[in-house]
Design a protein around this ligand. Structure first.
Ligand SMILES: [Zn+2]
Length: 117
């Protein structure tokens, strides 16, 4: 399971450009490289499906095809913001459910879950 605090800190440094429905160009705040994220956000208790063409993203495909890189997190945050919602990320679905109350919990890859507000 990856450290969600570190991932979010890195994600906040990237610049995000939406180029199509669920398609994002993410330019790294560290390297300046641009990566391509394809996102399907299931809002009804389903999983987020995300792919990214960064080194991590192409070498860590999970069973649900979601990758947990900072680029995919930046894209998820942009997508959720566009829908007028906000999100909190948690390591472990149990932690997310405990914090969520009646809010929906969306599963991401690698043990990370997102609570939508
Ligand atoms: Zn990536």
């Amino acid at each position: 399971m990856r450290n969600i605090q570190n991932l979010e800190a890195n994600a906040s440094k990237h610049s995000v450009v939406k180029v199509g429905d669920g398609l994002y160009d993410i330019t790294s705040g560290g390297s300046g490289n641009t990566y391509h994220v394809v996102l399907t956000l299931g809002l009804a208790g389903e999983s987020v499906r995300a792919t990214c063409d960064c080194k991590w993203g192409t070498s860590h495909r999970h069973y649900d095809h979601s990758v947990m890189c900072s680029h995919s997190i930046a894209a998820v945050k942009a997508e959720i913001a566009e829908q007028g919602a906000s999100a909190a990320f948690f390591s472990g679905v149990g932690n997310a459910r405990a914090a969520a109350g009646k809010q929906p919990v969306v599963k991401f890859g690698d043990g990370i879950s997102v609570v939508l507000y």
